[in-house]
Design a protein around this ligand. Structure first.
Ligand code: GDP
Length: 346
């Protein structure tokens, strides 16, 4: 079949596939979804030449980004995240918004397939012209995935998406990672699972700007109301947030499309409050600072541990430590000095 392709077309196709930051930016700004996907694929690639294009692209996208609200959404599997995102996303689109859905899924590198951000989980939303759904970025570490997702957010914003939903599942530290790249953090919960407050990591409640008790429909409504009361009471025990925002607890039904517009009203009100009291921008700057230090730490570590000379030195020192010939601290001092000297030699 391939042999029948006109060679001129082949050349043209190849040319089209050679991506440059300039071309991608032009297409991105126009809101071209194919270009957006191609750019995110480059972000996910570990190849040096792709990283170079990405660096340029992100830098030029920065001035076109930032005009959005970034919403983190978490909850255990089965709580109704994709059902919620589907109805919430459609509500936003009716309100003339452009919605991007990204995911941070630390389990995907293990299960070799994303359970989140999967297009088939949001069959209606994916058909919408003003929605963009991207399965989770793969990566070896949670920090790596979060960083790639953060870069993808910038590209989505440059492409005109003004509500960015970042979904994650309550595994490991993924909520903390998502919290560090979003403005508003939504926790989805179910009622009626025994003591409502048991089994929830304290830190997650602390991070939440709103708790949504989902599946508040049919016979579940009474239990949902009860859970709402309990969460409200529990939230009172936490100190006031720096944002001066009091976290809200709401009962919703994603399946029956109940309470969804109120969730958006609440998020708009959050944005208004925190833009006014300046927390919104301060928080974004704090996140940028965090990512600066985080990537510096990564680079410094890499430069140390991937230095071939140091690798063998480290081994030698470990043997000496094992034989009680040197203390760990002294060894660290000497290794560090060796590292500094090796940089100076360069
Ligand atoms: P996820 O794993 O968190 O993405 O959860 P899903 O959105 O896939 O939902 C899991 C199951 O719960 C599905 O069978 C949904 O139809 C159901 N579900 C989701 N939201 C609701 C709701 O508000 N009420 C009821 N009764 N069922 C729901």
């Amino acid at each position: 079949m391939n042999n029948h392709i006109n060679p001129k077309y082949k050349a043209r196709f190849k040319k089209r596939k050679s991506l440059s930051a300039k071309n991608l930016l032009e297409q991105l700004i126009k809101g071209n979804k194919v270009a957006l996907s191609q750019a995110i694929t480059l972000i996910e690639s570990n190849q040096e030449k792709h990283q170079q294009i990405v660096d340029k692209l992100i830098t030029s996208c920065l001035q076109h980004s930032g005009q959005s609200i970034r919403i983190g959404i978490t909850g255990v599997p089965g709580v109704g995240k994709s059902t919620f995102i589907e109805v919430f996303g459609k509500h936003l689109i009716r309100n003339k918004k452009k919605v991007a859905v990204l995911a941070v899924d630390p389990t995907s590198s293990i299960s070799r397939g994303s359970i989140l951000g999967d297009k088939t989980r949001m069959p209606d939303l994916v058909k919408e012209k003003n929605a963009y759904i991207r399965p989770t970025a793969s990566g070896s570490s949670l920090g790596g995935v979060a960083r790639k997702t953060r870069e993808s957010i910038i590209l989505c914003e440059a492409a005109g998406y003004d509500v960015i939903l970042v979904e994650t599942v309550g595994v490991g530290q993924s909520e903390t990672a998502v919290h560090s790249i979003t403005d508003f953090f939504l926790l989805l919960k179910l009622a009626g699972a025994g003591d409502e407050l048991q089994g929830i990591k304290r830190g997650i409640i602390e991070m939440a700007d709103a708790i949504l008790i989902n599946k508040s429909d049919g016979e579940n409504q009474k239990a949902a109301k009860k859970a709402q009361m309990e969460f409200k009471r529990a939230l009172h025990l936490y100190p006031e947030k720096k944002s001066q925002w009091t976290p809200k607890v709401k009962c919703i039904s994603a399946l029956k499309n109940k309470g969804i517009p109120k969730v958006w009203d609440m998020i708009e009100s959050y944005k208004k409050t925190t833009v006014q009291n300046k927390f919104f921008d301060q928080n974004r700057f704090k996140q940028q600072k965090f990512w600066l230090y985080d990537s510096l730490n990564q680079k410094l570590k890499q430069s140390f541990y991937e230095n071939p000379k140091l690798k063998s030195k480290l081994k030698d020192y470990l043997t000496q430590i094992e034989k009680q010939e040197i203390s760990s601290f002294k060894a660290a001092d000497q290794l560090y000095q060796y590292y500094i000297d090796s940089i100076k030699e360069k």
